[in-house]
Structure formats: structure tokens, C-alpha cells
Design a protein around this ligand. Sequence first.
Ligand SMILES: [Zn+2]
Ligand SMILES: [Zn+2]
Length: 463
Amino acid sequence: MKVVIQKGHIIDPSQGIDGIGDVLIEDGKIKEIKIQNTEVRNKKSEIRSQKSNPPLPPFSKGGHGGIKDSELRTINAEGMFVIPGLIDMHVHLREPGFEYKETIKTGTAAAIRGGFTTVCCMPNTFPINDNASVTEFIIRKSLDGLCTVLPIGAITKVQEGKELVEMGTMKDEGCIAFSDDGLPVMNSLIMRRALEYSKAFGLPIISHCEDLTLSEDGVMNEGLLSITLGLRGIPAESEQIMVFRDILLAELTGGKLHIAHVSTKGSVKLIRNAKTRGLNVTAETCPHYFSLTEDAVKNYDTNAKVNPPLRTKKDIEAIKEGLKDGTIDVIATDHAPHHRDEKLKEFDLAPSGISGLETALGLSLKLVDEGVLTINQLAEKMSLNPARILGLLTPHLSSLITGPKGTLAVGSDADITILDTEKEVNVEASKFLSKGKNTPFDGWVLKGAPLITISKGRIHECQ
Ligand SMILES: [Zn+2]
Ligand SMILES: [Zn+2]
């Protein structure tokens, strides 16, 4: 089947496209793009911005490639943005082992609803994804999922931080990065070796930066509020010490380092400095770190308990600045669904995490509204940059990732998000497709939402 998306405002940072036009999809791939009167065939020079908006000429010869109208599905995207499908490089899908929290099926349904066409799942399942057979299981299961699932392998066996996994065989099975997320790799020698191997395999090491000796038993940001609430605090230094250590190790090894969920002003500063020095370091933050301060836990609301914890206004400002100037490359969700009963425990005992897939785009579009990011930069942070970091911009040998992804270049996977930046949506956690209803954003009104998510040419309505 062929699909044509008509009259949308097409944004594709990978090709410098920013204009009204049509996209033709055929057999799950981008077949052709026309921007007003200009045919786009992978050449930036062909893109022209025009003030007038004349009718578009038909696709190829014979109108829509000579196919009959009945074989062509048309999507009217007038007034909408058409951007490369969102890629979330940090989710917890919980399968295998914790299916009561989430499954690959429910997690990918939540992803599609949130505008994501690809999600990368962290290895802290049960069993942990620390060997090729678990990777193979996740990939097999993901074939029932609605979007592409790319597994991230553990750095160390059983995430114990002691012995490296077999990165080569796990890469061959389909792992696209390595991380012990949920836990840091406390042993610097192990982290050094991981970065050395990752360099050889060309895959990133994603670091959950936390000095456990400083954060031990902490449940929220350390400061006046934690004292007032009588809760044990986690200082910003717990994150920053490890960010700094890992930057030094990336410099030592030349390995590819990606810092997960940046939450503090000091981390932004360290990463900015590393980038100025030309190091191979990238970073992500999550919507909750630029949307909420520690005040969200004032009522001991466990839905606002995350690791790293929510910080202060100053940190939020620094994170926005970091997103704006390119220090922070990626917005990821750290989607961490939990069962209701677990989050009902008292604050000290409740698990950390937010079910983030279905609110991430709306919360991030707020940054566009506030003038922190342009819509182009948003598409970079939520699609192009994750694709670049994970090596998805080129066609992939793996049948799972046929690719390219993160781009609307001709021949890429037809992964597209059509969004309406004006649509107002009430967040209703009880209606999430994710099994995890744990969100501090329940009841919020978000301006901007995905309307249609197209994953490898398959069309899904989001609203
Ligand atoms: Zn983490
Ligand atoms: Zn995580």
C-alpha cells in the first residue's frame, strides 16, 4: 500500500527540510518528498523556501507513481507538523520478568501513542539482558510490538559491576548500546574496559551516573526541603562525581560515552566543558527534569520519586540552557512503569520512576512554546540525535533495524510522527496504554500532541 501525507509542515533536520509539502510512503519506506514546488532527493541545495504556497505537482510520472486512487491512502496533514518518528533511547519495558509492571506489547503501544516509533529498552529485567539469549528473546517478543524495539545490553554480568558481558555476541544478536542503568558501574577499571570495548564495537556506553556511597539510602534531592520533610537527600555531587569520572575515562580511552538522565546544573557544566574539548561525549535529560522541581515531592507523592531525584529551579534553568546550546543532545523518557501497589508504599520504600512515554512529547513541546527550543531542535533531540548516537542513520544489517531511522531521507524507514502543536490534551493516567499509571503529571493540560504515528509504514491514530 502507498500512503501520501499531504500539505503538512515537514521538518527534517537531517536534510535541512523545513517547509510545507507532501510525503509519499511505499512498502514501509519513504519514497519521495516534495516541498512546495521542489522535489527533494537527498540534496539540501534543492530545498527552497517560498512565501507563496502553490499547489503541489503530482508525485513522479503519471500522478502518484501511476497508481490507482484505491491503493492510495491519503492523510491530510494541513496545519500539522510532519517530523521523523520519535526515538526514545531510554525506556524500561520490564519484560522479561516484571510483566505485571509492563510488557513489550503494552510498552510499545504506549510509545506509539506518545509519538515514538523506536524505543531502546534497558537491560534491568529478570533475567537481566546480559547475554545473547535474553537479547534474542526481547527481539522475538518485540515482533508483536507496535514499534521498533532495540535492546540495550548490560555492561556487566547480572549488573553486578564486576565482570564485563560478551559485547561482541550481544551486538551480533541486536544490542545497540550497553548500560547497567538502574545502577552505576562503581568500579572505574571496569568502566574503563567497557569504554575500550565499546570503542572497538562502535557502540555507546550509556552511564547512569550515581556515586552510591554518596546517594546511599537517599530518596530525594538533598537540601532544605529534604531536611524539612525528614527524608534522606541525594546531593547533586553524587551525579556530578560520576559524570566527571566518566568524562575522564572517555578521554583516556577514546570510547563513546552517553550520559543518561542529566539532572543537575553541575553535570551540564561538566558536559559542556567536555564537548568544548572535543570529547566523544553525548548526554540526555528527561521531561521531568525540566518540568518539575523537588517541590513535587512535598506531599510525599511517590509518583514524583525518581532517580536521580527532581532538583531545583536553578538546575531546571541550566538544563534548559544545556538543551538550547546543544550541550544536552537528547530528550529521553526513562519510562519506568511500576505497579500501583508499589507506588502506594511509603515514600522511603516506593520504587523510583515515572511512566513517561505518553506525556514526553507534550511536556517537551512546552519548551518550544517557551522559546527554549525550535521545533527543528525538538526533532533533533527526540529523533535525529538519538539515531546518530545509536548509529541508526545508515541502513542496518540487522533485520530488526532495516533503517535508516531519525530521518525522512528517501529510502529510510517510514517512521513518521504527525503532530498538532495547538491541540490541548488532558493527562489522564488511568487511560494510559502503559500498564504504569505512575505519573506526577496526572491532571495536567498539555498543549501539543501526536495525532498519527507511522511505524515502518503502519498507520496508528494516537488520539
Ligand atoms: Zn538510570
Ligand atoms: Zn532508566
